[in-house]
Design a protein around this ligand. Sequence first.
Ligand code: OAD
Length: 347
Amino acid sequence: MSKPGYAADQNPRILEGNDLKALAKYMKSDSCQNVFLMLGAGVSTSAGIPDFRSPGTGLYANLARLNLPFPEAVFEIGFFKKNPIPFYTLAKELYPGRFRPTHTHSFITLLHSHSLLHTCFTQNIDTLERRAGVPAHKIIEAHGSFATQRCIDCKTPFDADKIKKAVLSEEIEIPRCERRRCKGLVKPDIVFFGEGLPDQFHKSIRNLRKADLLIVLGTSLTVHPFASLVDLVPNDCPRVLINLDEVGDFNKPDDVLFLGKCDDIVRELCKELGWEEELDAAWEKTKDSLDADKQERELEPEPEESTEDEVEKITKNLEQALKVNDKNDEKQPSSKVSDVVQPELVE
Ligand code: OAD
């Protein structure tokens, strides 16, 4: 059934067309009240954070040449228990604070200020949604984030400043639980393959029934259960994919694909919505958060690096860490991610 009050008589579809103009018109109509977002690593690549699966620049392609049993092992809980060094090496490179939110992140704040944003589901651990100014209660970090951390054995929370110091220290320091009888490994509350997703994720997915619009941005939709959220919106809810390449299964009448860089497409959409100036103003504000972080970490302003440079640096550091580790440690058994994942987070 079409939504009342919007093109119901003339057209069984809710959107009047497959273009940004039609999408913007729907977003400005009374029928569109609850917008849900699903984000992946592609929304942060223009901030300089590599995604996972893009050929050439994706993290996994670059980690494949290293001495890991399989690239995803960096985020696999069984592997972490045996060898936390690769994760902590990567964590140092990816640690929040060095990266500025993108225009796409600022677009999310506009959805909120225009009272359209219901929930932003994100797979990203970079916290750039929060840094852009999206209120925390609107964000579900489905794969966790660097914001909190705990012992993987006794689950005792670990001090934020201490882990930050350990992660960012010159030599890799692996933080350990401070309870005398425990001394377990400490890990940021990032969901690893083989771990369950946060309660908040499970509680929030029922809200998708209220969706008037779902926008999926910058994800390959390969990791479940996150990828399955696209099927939980009502049948007549328009679903929009904004991505470099075609992914998932978007073939319902009101599914629309916009292929390209999400920052570019979001800007075009903002033009149609009459929000372009607001977008630039919102993005301008994100500069301050970066400056504060840089001062805190005593970093000199760095020349801008491309994603290729960034991923090369990350891989080199990881390579170095693994070589050091190899000297002290026995070789890890070889296995594939599919052998080790639990039902919760799977590819
Ligand atoms: P992927 O690397 O699998 O997919 C990123 C998608 O974004 C690809 O389809 C790219 O083509 C697209 N993309 C890249 N840059 C883009 C841009 N500027 N504009 C638009 N699209 C762009 O990343 P995710 O789908 O987020 O989990 O990966 C899902 C999960 O797999 C991650 O959360 C992570 C990983 O293993 C864990 O580590 C637990």
